[in-house]
Each structure stands twice: as C-alpha cells, then as structure tokens.
Design a protein around this ligand. Sequence first.
Ligand SMILES: [Zn+2]
Length: 52
Amino acid sequence: MQHKTTNPEEFFVRCNGGHPETGHPAVFLDLTKTEQISCPYCGTVYKKKEND
Ligand SMILES: [Zn+2]
C-alpha cells in the first residue's frame, strides 16, 4: 500500500490512482476532520505532514 504525505494547509487531496490510464476517476478526500485518510479506490493513504 502506498503512503503519501500532504501539505498541512491542504484539506482536500485529489487522487486519481497516479496514472490517468491505469488509475481511477479523480476523487477528493476530505482531511478537514482527520489526520489521515485512505482512498476508497486505490487504497493510497494520505497523511498530513507533521510540522517539526
Ligand atoms: Zn486513489
């Protein structure tokens, strides 16, 4: 499973599976109420980048 970190100021992450042809329809994942979220299509986990 793939893990990606997001910009802390970004509350909606767009995921399309990584490839326009082999991926999935673009979806927006809501990070406003959670620290991490997984894409229901490809399972990629998006996690808010922690500030050091
Ligand atoms: Zn995805």
